[in-house]
Design a protein around this ligand. Structure first.
Ligand SMILES: Cc1cc2nc3c(=O)[nH]c(=O)nc-3n(C[C@H](O)[C@H](O)[C@H](O)COP(=O)(O)O)c2cc1C
Length: 547
């Protein structure tokens, strides 16, 4: 199987949805949190001591002095990325929201830290528990092994692994679920990169590690410790390192897994077993396992490159601290259908979506960008309603243009910042079109604007089979950038994973499968449901900010 086949087979069509369970079986709803049971646990501090950096500065690329790797710094890093940001209550139902969003709030992404020995945290492998902001120790590592793993990384570094449990999403969404796992992964990576910057750190994906080696390092290949119907797959291994020292990372640690690792790891003391998420599993979706296997191949090219040099992004006009914006992020359930966004605010939100090597969440991303934006502009002051395009890499613009309908205008928006290649394709009221393409969801029409993210399949899937995962993660990174940009202007965003793929392609006049829509996003003034109560994320924490 090829990744493009998975994508094709999981399209929603106007005449029918991708294969799914056909209804929600509440009796088998997966547990909200992963738990390894009987493991030593370490409580992490919350973000009270986080530096008071304005969000505008952080998002603009300011680089604070690196915090030494400590339990306090880890507490800040995780409470501003993957932690719970609020609990919600409505009648008898209570559910957690996190700094990172997730399709259906099902959170398939899990995080693991491979720690060197530091005060309060002995060397080893730890699973992060958002439910109580703790680390649970899966494995204890000897100092010697920890040094081998860290392979001469700069002092103050750690390895961070991300995995997906597709069953969490497949329970509700069936075969399309793995798309959502990958988009969620991109959101999580972006959340980690913003939080890392707060600590003066950088999160760099180690592209050369194979799935097999990451599974071995994170203990995901220890089949006896997992429920067979609920496999957890390795996704990314990252090096978290002080930004100021990231230029001097020795090539050895980027090159892949140290030899002989698996045998050495198996001999270490392990603890805990993965909890069962569902009492039983009425459906199984082998297409997902096939797609994962089909996209394992790692390219032979070196890890991360750098994106093209760009001037700094148009700054956010926002005085709030980065911590406030990060923890306030929420998805809108509905928009007011009235409030516009100013043109300058619109431009600055879009400008932050263009990758720059020194600006989160792009730092450490390979160039060039392979996901481009199509915008349904509904309510932006001083900008005619219509369809717009923002190629995120200028070199791809001619191919994008020739792939799409000849009827589009491709008129440059003259008062956009010079470096932002925003093009008007069509003047029209696109509200109904946007909602129709987004599986008839009103949130696509009632916002200020809605985005369709077009992935460059022609180039993105050409290098290696892993290209599909990279494209989806890139779309997730853009999604998180839009969520935070919305909050900076007292607006809200919502990711849209449910859309009619080919209806969008037809609208754009796409002639072949060279570009495919990966994700949609909508942004505007949210209507808040006041019947839903908001409670603090953890005991003893004051009332959270935001809705
Ligand atoms: C990949 C992805 C796809 C999503 N798709 C939709 C969607 O189609 N419709 C919708 O109303 N919300 C969608 N959402 C929003 C989620 O439902 C929301 O993130 C989740 O309920 C958690 O709420 P929070 O974002 O406020 O933390 C999506 C979110 C993500 C990350």
């Amino acid at each position: 199987m090829h990744a493009a086949e998975y994508h094709e087979r999981t399209k929603h069509h106007l005449h029918g949805f991708a294969a799914g369970p056909g209804g929600l079986d509440w009796a088998t709803q997966p547990e909200a949190f992963r738990d390894y049971g009987d493991c030593p646990q370490i409580a992490l501090p919350l973000a009270d001591q986080a530096p008071a950096i304005p969000f505008a500065a952080l998002a603009g690329g300011v680089n604070p002095a690196a915090m030494p790797l400590s339990i306090d710094a880890l507490g800040i890093f995780l409470s501003c990325s993957l932690a719970i940001s609020a609990w919600k209550r409505y009648g008898p139902s209570r559910w957690a929201l996190r700094c990172n969003p997730s399709s259906g709030n099902l959170h398939p992404t899990e995080a693991y830290l491979v720690m060197p020995d530091i005060p309060g945290i002995p060397a080893g492998l730890y699973h992060y528990r958002p439910q109580d902001h703790r680390l649970e120790q899966r494995r204890s590592d000897s100092t010697e092994m920890s040094q081998t793993l860290c392979n001469d990384t700069p002092a103050g570094s750690l390895l961070l692994g991300l995995s997906s449990i597709p069953w969490r999403e497949a329970w509700k969404y069936g075969e399309r679920a793995w798309r959502y796992c990958l988009l969620d992964l991109g959101h999580a990576l972006a959340a980690l990169r913003y939080a890392a910057r707060l600590c003066g750190w950088q999160v760099r994906v180690l592209e050369q590690w194979t799935d097999q080696d990451v599974a071995c390092l994170l203990g995901l290949d220890r089949a006896d410790e997992f429920i067979p119907e609920e496999p957890e797959y390795p996704e990314l291994l990252c090096l978290v390192t002080p930004t100021e020292r990231s230029a001097s990372i020795p090539i050895g640690c980027l090159a892949g897994c140290p030899s002989g690792l698996s045998a050495a790891l198996a001999e270490r003391p392990w603890s805990g077993k993965a909890n069962r998420l569902s009492a039983h599993h009425s459906h199984h979706w082998p297409l997902i396992d096939e797609a994962i296997r089909a996209t394992e191949q790692v390219s032979t090219r070196p890890g991360d490159g750098v994106a093209n040099a760009q001037p700094a992004p148009l700054p956010f006009r926002c005085a709030d601290s980065a911590v406030t914006i990060i923890q306030r992020r929420r998805s809108a359930q509905a928009f007011d259908g009235v409030t516009p966004l100013s043109r300058e605010d619109f431009f600055s939100i879009l400008d932050h979506c263009v990758p720059r090597p020194s600006v989160p969440p792009w730092s450490g991303r390979p160039a060039p960008a392979q996901v481009h934006l199509i915008l349904f502009v509904h309510r932006v002051e001083g900008l005619a309603s219509g369809l717009y395009a923002l190629p995120r890499d200028l070199a791809a613009a001619p191919r994008l243009r020739s792939a799409m309908s000849d009827n589009f205008l491709w008129e440059a928006v003259t008062d956009a910042p010079e470096h932002l290649p925003l093009m008007c394709l069509l003047h029209a009221d696109t509200r109904q079109l946007a909602a129709r393409c987004a599986c008839h969801q009103d949130i696509a029409a009632d916002s200020a604007f809605c985005v369709a993210m077009l992935g460059d399949f022609e180039q993105g899937l050409a290098t290696d089979s892993r290209g599909y995962r990279r494209l989806m993660v890139e779309a997730g990174l853009i999604g998180q950038t839009l969520y935070l940009g919305a909050e900076a202007y007292d607006r809200q965003g919502t990711g849209i994973g449910c859309f009619f793929d080919d209806a969008l392609h037809e609208l754009l006049g796409l002639r072949d499968r060279g570009f495919q829509v990966l994700y949609q996003f909508t942004l505007g003034k949210a209507l808040v449901d006041t019947r839903i109560a908001t409670e603090p994320p953890y005991p003893g924490v004051h009332q959270p900010t935001g809705a």
